[in-house]
Design a protein around this ligand. Structure first.
Ligand code: ZN
Ligand code: ZN
Length: 595
């Protein structure tokens, strides 16, 4: 028999490296999680060429003594975690040290660390310790990983796209910064700062650092709980929705996780508020007894299952919907505040009356402008905390209808109504606004099974393809339920003899065709979503169109009705109905005040 080859530890590490370390992001993740476990309050990540050339992670944590520093690079030197569920119990990210030998096997590593008394430097090349000496480092740990995969050229090939490597690292570090607002994160690539949080523990500030300060004004705080779950965090205005799924940040007991079901619930809550395919910005921390979760850890992601998903779903869905239904979501043209971490110009504190530019002399120079700001209490120094306070405040003081009365002046391109009131100017998309009004009306009729019908003098005949006809026939009951009286009429043709009274008489045929179209293209008919789609479809057909000239008094009644809708800010497809230009923003645009 042949002899048994014992794999060298170094070779084993190289093989393992292929599993644990695939991308630069995995190295960053490993080093950053070690730094977090070391109770650091500041973690700096410096990359050269997206990390392919060099990754340095510097922390101010507890550091290691010499023995640990050397041991850190042997396989399974430290493994504190017995089961995956432990991750959510113990005060550790759990993999401390697991991947260090793998990283060291495929790169050149320099480790400097100090536990407060002894400073140590360890240099490892391709997994072999080359040197151990004293270090002048006074506190924390500094690890530099150079030339990743230099000795495994096949792997190196996968790293060629610097943009992808960097994008992955950014996404990871952003999520960590959002998970640990009390830790300061600084990320640089080739000296350029990509993220710089302040470690003050203010989550809204971190959201501002990650997504831009403008966003912080458009984040709605959420706090809710039931017997099993406690949720807190922020959700964005629908207008902030973007294309990437990575905008949904879910933490469970402070750990970043991925869960497609939760993503779906959040999108459901935003249904009708944002266009299809758009993703809101969400940062939510879910606190739960670890007994209720089942963890499946992957080197690159953390996927968990909740054993009481239904109560979590109910809680999430109702709290997000509730917030979206009770918050003033009107998009505004201006930026509300400076793009500056500390200073914020707050639009809400501004009142045109107190400024009363018309009564004063024109303000010509900058000095005067600043004076005016002060005199009139435009707060330029509101901290993010204050904004948070105001949010609660403004939500509490919400009227039943959330828009003040607006007075139409005319319409641009027979599409956008121009209106004004004491707060400023508004542009209203006449089709989107009318569609919103009609959508809510039809939704109510449909949900209440309001089936009074109107008999048609001339029945409406609708022809379709054989396939469409077969699908429709299968769902005739849906049309009967709504109050239609239909008959088959020859080949692949139906005749409508009566329709529900609430369909607009002059657009009945268009509306019916739309309903049929929705039925034919639908996959599920049980859910509320089907009714929603029908209401939205009919509303679109029944509403005043773009480029359709309407009178000022029609505009007046349109704007009045819009004020009394449940959600005046979006059409049924998630497009905005109204954009505001506050007096403050107008004054800024005309340089009457300094921005
Ligand atoms: Zn429409
Ligand atoms: Zn629409």
């Amino acid at each position: 028999m042949g002899k048994i080859e014992v794999m060298s530890e170094n070779l084993a590490n190289k093989i393992a490296a292929g599993e644990v370390v695939e991308r630069c992001m995995n190295v960053v993740k490993e080093l950053v999680e070690n730094s977090i476990d070391a109770k650091s309050s500041e973690i700096k990540i410096n990359l050269v060429d997206s990390g392919v050339k060099e990754i340095t992670v510097i922390d101010d944590g507890i550091g290691m003594d010499r023995e640990d520093a050397v041991l850190a690079f042997s396989r399974h030197a430290t493994s504190k975690i017995k089961s995956l569920e432990d991750l959510f119990y113990v005060d550790s990210l759990g993999f401390r040290g697991e991947a260090l030998p793998s990283i060291a096997a495929v790169s050149l590593v320099e480790l400097k660390t100090c536990n407060g008394s002894v400073g140590t430097t360890v240099i490892i090349d391709g997994g072999e310790i080359k040197e151990t000496k004293s270090s002048d480092l006074k506190k924390g740990t500094r690890i530099t990983v150079k030339n990743l995969f230099y000795n495994t050229p096949v792997r190196l090939k996968y790293l060629r796209n610097l943009y992808t490597e960097l994008a992955n690292i950014c996404e990871y570090v952003n999520k960590m910064a959002l998970s640990f607002p009390s830790i300061r994160f600084i990320l640089t690539n080739n000296g350029k700062v990509l993220l710089n949080t302040d470690g003050s523990g203010n989550l809204l500030k971190v959201i501002g650092n990650v997504y831009g300060m403008d966003i912080t004004k458009k984040m709605i705080p959420i706090e809710c709980s039931n017997d099993d779950y406690e949720i807190n965090g922020y959700i964005s205005y629908p207008e902030c929705a973007r294309s990437s799924k990575s905008n949904i940040n879910i933490l469970v007991n402070g750990r970043v996780i991925k869960n497609t079901e939760i993503n779906r619930i959040i999108l459901d809550a935003y249904y009708m508020h944002i266009p299809d395919g758009k993703i809101p910005i969400v940062v939510l921390n879910i606190n739960v007894d670890p007994i209720l979760i089942d963890v499946n850890v992957h080197p690159t992601k953390m996927d968990i299952k909740f054993s009481k998903m239904d109560t979590l779903k109910e809680l999430l869905l109702s709290s997000i919907k509730d917030k979206l239904d009770t918050t003033n979501l009107m998009p505004s043209v201006g930026t509300y505040y400076k793009v500056d971490e500390e200073t914020v110009i707050d639009n809400n504190n501004y009142s045109f009356e107190t400024l009363s530019l018309d009564d004063k002399e024109e303000i010509n120079d900058n000095e005067n402008m600043i004076e005016t700001d002060k005199e009139n209490n435009i707060s330029v120094n509101n901290s993010i905390n204050d904004i948070k306070e105001e949010y609660h405040h403004s939500i509490e003081n919400e009227d039943d209808n959330r828009i003040k009365k607006m007075y139409p002046i005319g319409a641009i391109d027979a599409t956008y109504i121009v209106a004004q009131n004491e707060d400023g100017m508004y542009l209203i998309d006449q089709h989107a606004a009318d569609e919103r009004i009609n959508y809510e009306y039809y939704l109510e009729r449909l949900s209440n099974h309001d089936n009074k019908t109107i008999d048609l003098l001339v029945p409406i005949k609708i022809e379709m393809t054989n396939k469409e006809f077969i699908i429709l026939k299968e769902h005739f009951d849906l049309l009967l339920d709504m109050g239609f009286v239909i008959e088959e009429f020859g080949i692949n043709t139906i005749v409508i003899r009566s329709h529900p009274y609430w369909l607009p008489a002059n657009k009945a045929e268009d509306c019916i065709k739309k309903i049929i179209d929705i039925i034919i293209s639908s996959e599920d008919f049980d859910s509320k979503k089907f009714i929603d789609r029908v209401a939205a479809g009919v509303a679109c057909k029944a509403s005043v169109r773009a480029h359709e000239v309407i009178s000022i008094s029609d505009m007046e009644s349109l704007l009045e009705k819009l004020r009394y809708t449940k959600n005046p800010f979006n059409c049924a497809h998630g497009r905005p109905t109204i954009i505001s230009y506050s007096n403050y923003e107008l004054a800024k645009m005309f340089k009457r005040i300094k921005d």
